[in-house]
Each structure stands twice: as C-alpha cells, then as structure tokens.
Design a protein around this ligand. Structure first.
Ligand code: AMP
Length: 288
C-alpha cells in the first residue's frame, strides 16, 4: 500500500484515480483494524476500482473523560490488514495535519444525533460529523463505506451527506461478530477475561428484544425482554436499551405491523469499557 500523510498528496492521489475513470472506495477508520474493518475494505474492493483507507484517531469526537490517550494505535499491522483485503492507498495524517489550527467550524446534525449516543456522549457526533465532512471533502467524489455496528453514526453520516450535497454514495455494511455474538470493536481489547465473558450479553439482549418485536409484541415487552437479559449480568451497567424507528431513531411507539421494521439499540458500560451494539428486525408478512 501507498501511505500518504498530507491532505494535498491525498487529494492528488485520488484525483489521479478519478482522472483514469476509476471509482474510489473510501473506508474511514480510527485504526486498530480488525475483521469488521476488513469487511468494509473487502466490500469496497468488490464494488470499486481503488480502495482508499483513512486511519485517524479523531480527538474531536472524544469527551474529556474518554479514552483518547489509551485508544489503540497499530499502524504497521493496519497497513498489512488493509493491503490484504484490497486497499492500495492509506491516508494516515498526524493530528496537526488534520487540525493545523484550532478548528472554528463544527458540523452539527440536529435531531437524529441528539438521542442515544448523542445524549450520553455530549459533543461526540459533532466531532464525528466534522471529521467525516473533512475526510469526504478531502477525498472528493467516492463511495464511502461505514459499518452498521455504529448504526446511529451511519444515520448521521447519511443525513449530512444528503444535506450538504456531498458527491458521495454512503454504503452501510453489516456488523461482523465473534462466534458468541459480540460485535467486533477496537475497544474489546480493554475487556478483562471476566468482562469478555459477559460482553455477549448485549447481543443476546438484542436477539431477545428482536424476537418479541418480530412476533408482533409491544415496545414495552421488547424492553422488558432486553432488560431481563441485561440485568442478569451484574457488572453490566446499561446506558440505554431501546427499540427505535429505523430511520428517525425515535423511540418505537407501537408494535410492528406485518412487513414493518425497527432497530434495537443498546449501550452499556462494562468496567472501564463502553460497548454499543444494535440489531434490525422486520416482522414477517402473514403467510399467504
Ligand atoms: P472505527 O475505527 O471504530 O471508527 O470504525 C471504522 C468503521 O468500521 C466504522 O464505519 C465502523 O462502523 C466500522 N466497524 C467497526 N466495527 C465493525 C464491525 N464489528 N462490523 C462492521 N463494521 C465495523
């Protein structure tokens, strides 16, 4: 892979690709790449002529008490994984390159960014929206790949791309999980062995809640089913566990009609680690 660390050289490299009529697939990441990121890179490689990965731990999206300093940084291994799955360009800028002066501009997506992660991590989505807008502005016309693992983030990015007329097609990719259901995350590395045993409880709660909604049960019953799984695990400190409308992320108001869909969102703290997960559910249409 070719590694680039300045905005000017990155822009030029992607312009060259487009000048040859090659479709650029962009995969923005914070590094510490795992099989979840690899699947985004592989999706991009399937759809696009050239895959460009960005690796940047964005200070703007971390709260003052969050894990910015501790966040894993593994650039050499990231380059190998990116190349192995089909990337040929990697942008790994220093913080000073992305933010050469204190940034005075902030991108803020109202409504969809205010609940759930937005409510529990003040400023987080402004930081995400601002850095993603910069990354997309730097990259230019492309297809950009994001994981459903961060479902609310994906909704926020779709909205900012539509509102700002960015020349980008946003592609959402399914969550990659461990065999026991735990969604892959760079933050899983923080879990102690005991916490690792409890962590798949998030996915089990989502599956239990989805079964209720899929059978036509009410949002309250869905919440109870999720709580029944989560409260069984004492050290799991639930931040939210909610069935929501899949597009607006408003709390789900009523049971699903046949053929209708919802999303289940969950966030919990396990020791010093904050975990999130989500699952889609569609109620089957009546047979016949
Ligand atoms: P991050 O490096 O955590 O900022 O994630 C970079 C991209 O990878 C985001 O679009 C995430 O949603 C996506 N991603 C992270 N974990 C997974 C996973 N387990 N499955 C699929 N995509 C993921």
């Amino acid at each position: 892979v070719q590694v680039i660390d300045t905005v000017a050289a990155w822009r030029k490299a992607l312009d060259v690709e487009r000048a040859h009529d090659r479709v650029v697939g962009l995969v923005p990441t914070m590094g510490a790449l795992h099989r979840g990121h690899a699947s985004l890179i592989a999706h991009a490689a399937d759809d696009c002529d050239v895959v460009a990965v960005t690796v940047f731990v964005n200070p703007l999206q971390f709260g003052p008490a969050e894990d910015l300093a501790a966040y894993p940084r593994t650039l050499e291994a990231d380059l190998d994984l990116a190349a192995e799955h089909g990337a040929s360009l990697v942008f790994a800028p220093a913080v000073e390159e992305m933010y050469p002066r204190p940034i005075a501009t902030s991108v803020s997506v109202s409504g969809i960014a205010s609940r759930w992660e937005g409510a529990s991590r003040p400023g987080h989505f402004d930081g995400v929206a601002t850095v993603v807008t910069k990354l997309l502005a730097q990259a230019g016309a492309c297809r950009a790949y994001f994981g459903e693992k961060d479902y609310q983030q994906l909704c926020v990015i779709r909205r900012l791309v539509a509102d700002l007329d960015l020349p980008v097609t946003v592609v959402g990719c399914p969550t990659v999980r461990e065999a026991d259901g735990l969604a892959l995350s760079s933050r899983n590395a923080y879990l102690t062995p005991d916490e690792r045993v409890l962590a798949p409880g998030l996915h089990r709660a989502l599956v239990a809640g989805a079964a209720v909604l899929g059978a036509g049960g009410s949002p309250d019953h869905c919440r109870q089913a999720m709580a029944a799984v989560l409260t069984g695990s004492d050290p799991l400190d639930v931040i939210y566990a909610e069935p929501v409308e899949p597009d607006t992320l408003e709390p789900l108001a009523a049971a699903l009609l046949p053929g209708a869909s919802a999303r289940l969102l969950v966030a919990a703290r396990l020791g010093r680690t904050r975990l999130i997960d989500n699952l889609g559910v569609t109620r089957a249409c009546a047979a016949g």
